[in-house]
Design a protein around this ligand. Structure first.
Ligand code: N01
Length: 534
């Protein structure tokens, strides 16, 4: 691989997931020399680590796929409407091979420190192997959800059975046959794993702290006819998706929920319910803004769940009462609520009986001692900032990222931070990230970043970083937009509420992918307004 004469890469990418792979490809296409450091032993990021049973994407496979190469788009055949983790991982491996990205990736190489050398205008990176890398630019493609949250439950280390974490699942799937299994956590991961584990285990006990909203996926296989139509519609589908709020072609109802009749409302909710999953949150334009509109959506949801779950107490426990629907990402399930009608499944409501400790034989709540052979933690992530804050990142004058972000993340366009020249984040705080289709957000942000790097190289700029006032203005804008919605009202990972001590701030840009793209394009067209280039 070609390096600069002085051993400094043009671009060092951290992470070989969806964004990292595209960053390698784009850098190469732009004649930049690039190296990627990946902590895991394979490509895929999220899809490499989250191998738990039932793991799927909640965005349709034909949308959750790269759009940058028409042949790839035409030739790759997704087998189901919502792809499984193994199928997505094999797709990402295919992409890495097809575009010859593997020679650029150093596997098993975790970045421990990244320090900016102002005199050389280069990042000096220390990796877990002890090797040092130097690069003019560093792109953290480390994912929004890549550092698992491991709750500090007293006595957890004393449990003598098997312990699994959905976010760090072993390569070979363990058998739960004949076993008494506990799952802690009912977010998207738990909700996907629970129905599958329940079918195999002798018994399954689900420990739920906060009831969540989940909508069935209505998953199905994709036929040849589907594919003929998809290939025909792809150009328009992609165009609409890129300019949409969520990065998929689905549009909300033309009127607000509060402006239509009860019959029209019901028909619209029924239609998006049948479309499946997280899309239910996009039924009406005012659903995530207006309490009354949100209440209508909650009532519709509640009715559906009451029709499914037979046991009255379990039914009551499963219905959320403490946050608006959609203020946490709506989960997408296959048979989640039906699972609680099985004789071998029990729900424990931790609001009534909190966990006090984990013991050698199981879980002790304030009401009972439960015995298990297996405990599965589906307890989420230190999202958006957690991974970056665990790396010793030092910008100009030794400024540490951990200090700059102590009271919450500060970014310009979610991609750059003042005081950290030539450093970029993909799908970080201040960007749409998980509020949209992350393959399209990755393509959009990586393209913008690589264009800027190429521009600097052409015009002889050594260092580019945002002005502090520009970053402050952007971050205030991100907060203001969120405050105009119901999104900050849940104790979600969007606001850092799942991590004790994390500053509470709504971290994502919720103005939609299309608007965000236009803003980024305008900044570029205005000669990278808001940046200081030296
Ligand atoms: O994590 P979560 P996740 N004691 O944070 C509970 C994406 N994703 O991995 O709500 C007891 O949502 C916690 O309870 P509470 C998607 O963006 C997508 O499931 O904090 N319980 C909660 O129930 C998603 O939003 C897909 O009260 C504890 C659960 O653990 C994001 O990843 C699939 C606890 C964590 O839920 C995160 O989802 C999977 C404790 N001490 C993930 N600590 C798809 O594409 C935490 N909990 C479908």
């Amino acid at each position: 691989m070609r390096k600069h004469r002085d051993g400094v890469y043009d671009v060092l990418v951290v992470g070989a997931g969806v964004a990292g792979l595209y960053a390698i490809h784009t850098a190469r296409q732009t004649q930049l020399n690039v190296v990627c450091l990946e902590a895991g032993d394979g490509v895929g990021g999220t899809w490499y680590y989250n191998r738990y049973p039932g793991c799927r994407c909640d965005v349709e496979s034909i949308d959750y796929s790269y759009s940058f190469d028409e042949e790839l788009q035409r030739e790759w055949r997704w087998s189901e409407r919502y792809a499984t983790q193994p199928e997505i991982l094999s797709y990402l491996n295919h992409v890495a091979q097809r575009f010859d990205l593997l020679p650029h990736i150093r596997f098993g190489e975790r970045v421990e420190q990244a320090r900016f050398d102002e005199h050389r205008s280069a990042w000096i990176v220390q990796a877990s192997s002890g090797r040092e890398y130097r690069a003019r630019n560093i792109i953290f493609a480390t994912g929004s959800l890549s550092t698992p949250n491991i709750p500090a439950i007293p006595g957890a280390e004393h449990f003598t059975g098997d312990v699994y974490r959905t976010a760090q699942w072993p390569d070979s799937t363990p058998s739960f046959a004949g076993k008494r299994v506990a799952v802690i956590g009912t977010g998207s991961s738990g909700i996907q794993a629970i129905p599958v584990v329940a079918r195999e285990a002798k018994s399954l006990t689900v420990f739920q702290r906060t009831a969540n909203y989940s909508v069935p996926a209505f998953n199905r296989t994709l036929t040849n006819d589907d594919y003929e139509r998809i290939v025909r519609e792809y150009p328009e589908r992609r165009r609409t998706s890129r300019m949409s709020g969520g990065g998929s072609p689905h549009q909300a109802h033309p009127h607000n929920a509060t402006d239509v009749t009860a019959e029209e409302r019901r028909a619209a909710f029924e239609a998006t319910w049948r479309t499946g999953g997280v899309l239910f949150s996009k039924t009406f334009p005012d659903q995530n803004i207006d309490h009354t509109a949100n209440k209508y959506a909650r009532e519709f949801f509640e009715e559906k769940i009451r029709d499914i779950v037979r046991d009255p107490r379990t039914r009551d426990d499963l219905i959320p009462s403490d946050h608006p629907i959609g203020a946490k990402r709506i989960c997408t399930d296959s048979g989640y609520y039906e699972t609680f009608n099985r004789d071998n499944v029990t729900l424990v409501n931790l609001r009534h009986e909190p966990i006090e400790a984990i013991t050698a034989r199981g879980i002790l709540t304030s009401a009972a001692q439960y015995e298990f052979d297996v405990i599965i933690y589906a307890t989420g992530f230190d999202a958006l900032t957690g991974t970056l804050q665990r790396i010793d990142i030092q910008g100009a004058a030794g400024m540490r990222l951990g200090d700059v972000w102590r009271n919450g993340p500060l970014t310009y366009l979610g991609m750059q931070i003042p005081g950290f020249p030539n450093m970029f984040i993909v799908n970080g705080p201040g960007s749409p990230a998980v509020l949209a289709n992350m393959i399209l957000t990755s393509e959009q942000q990586v393209s913008w970043i690589i264009d800027l790097i190429a521009h600097c190289s052409v015009i002889g700029v050594q260092q580019a970083e945002p002005r502090r006032d520009a970053a402050e203005k952007w971050t205030e804008h991100v907060t203001e937009l969120a405050n105009g919605t119901l999104l900050p009202l849940a104790n979600s990972w969007y606001v850092g509420a799942n991590i004790p001590g994390k500053p509470r701030t709504f971290m994502l840009y919720c103005g939609g992918l299309g608007t965000y793209t236009t803003i980024c394009d305008d900044v570029k067209a205005a000669g990278y307004e808001g940046l200081v280039m030296t």
